[in-house]
Unconditional design. Structure first.
Length: 249
């Protein structure tokens, strides 16, 4: 019978040491798991392959409180991830918008004229043909976006040269917001820089019992119609400009 040499004895000791170390790691991992720690938390304390950890802990049960802790930790982690993504999205959106603002630069009078003409093309009232007859229409534009109304108003006053007395307003508001009428009138008066007396005309929109509308909170200020007195010819001129834009594309 051959006696083991020194190399065999050393190899045997190393194998036994590694086996003992693995057993200690396994026992520690099981202990930590039973305390309710997650896999990622255990791997920080027991640096082994995740596949080995999964095999060791496969049959380890958790108490209700421990499961609740892990669930709460996952929810907190998901929330933190969601908040971080939201913050990144906000910062990215700001960068995109800031760059876009710089790309526009200062507008010329011609650019303002063309923008306002196409704006009226999209949102303004036009002449209509009924039974072969043309029904004339004043210049009238309706929208709930205060910036859009301000832009068109600026064009009428500064570019086209209308006087403020030639412009009237009407507010369209849902009946559910009747109690906020004074607030709404003050809002449009401040935004458009016209006296509050100019916003006394109000039309009420019937409210549905069930609605999917989002504009029902404190940020809802209805819709405003801007109308120019004795402006049928101006409306026809705008129609001509619209045709001119189409022909010169």
């Amino acid at each position: 019978m051959n006696c083991p040499n020194n190399d065999d004895i050393i190899y045997l000791y190393i194998s036994l040491f590694n086996m003992f170390a693995k057993l200690q790691e396994k026992e520690k991992a099981i202990k930590l798991r039973r305390q309710g720690l997650s896999y990622s938390e255990i791997l920080k304390e027991v640096p082994v392959a995740k596949s080995s950890l999964s095999l060791w802990l496969k049959s380890v049960g958790l108490a209700k409180e421990q499961k609740q802790r892990l669930t709460e930790k996952k929810l907190a982690s998901a929330l933190n991830g969601s908040l971080k993504r939201k913050q990144n999205r906000i910062e990215s959106t700001k960068e995109i918008k800031d760059l876009a603002i710089k790309e526009i630069g200062k507008l010329t009078e011609r650019e303002l004229w063309l923008i306002s003409t196409t704006l009226y093309w999209a949102e303004g009232a036009k002449e209509k043909e009924i039974d072969g007859r043309i029904k004339s229409s004043r210049v009238k534009l309706s929208n709930s976006d205060p910036l859009l109304i301000k832009l068109f108003l600026r064009w009428l006053l500064d570019f086209y040269g209308l006087s403020r007395s030639e412009i009237t307003f009407r507010i369209y508001l849902h009946e559910a917001s009747r109690h906020r009428l004074s607030e709404v009138q003050e809002y449009w008066s401040e935004i458009l820089k016209f006296p509050i007396d100019c916003f006394q005309k109000v039309s009420w929109k019937k409210n549905k019992i069930k609605t999917k509308r989002k504009n029902t909170g404190e940020n809802y200020f209805g819709l405003v119609t801007l109308e120019v007195k004795r402006s049928a010819n101006l409306n026809r001129k705008i129609a001509g400009w619209i045709t001119g834009i189409c022909k010169n594309l």
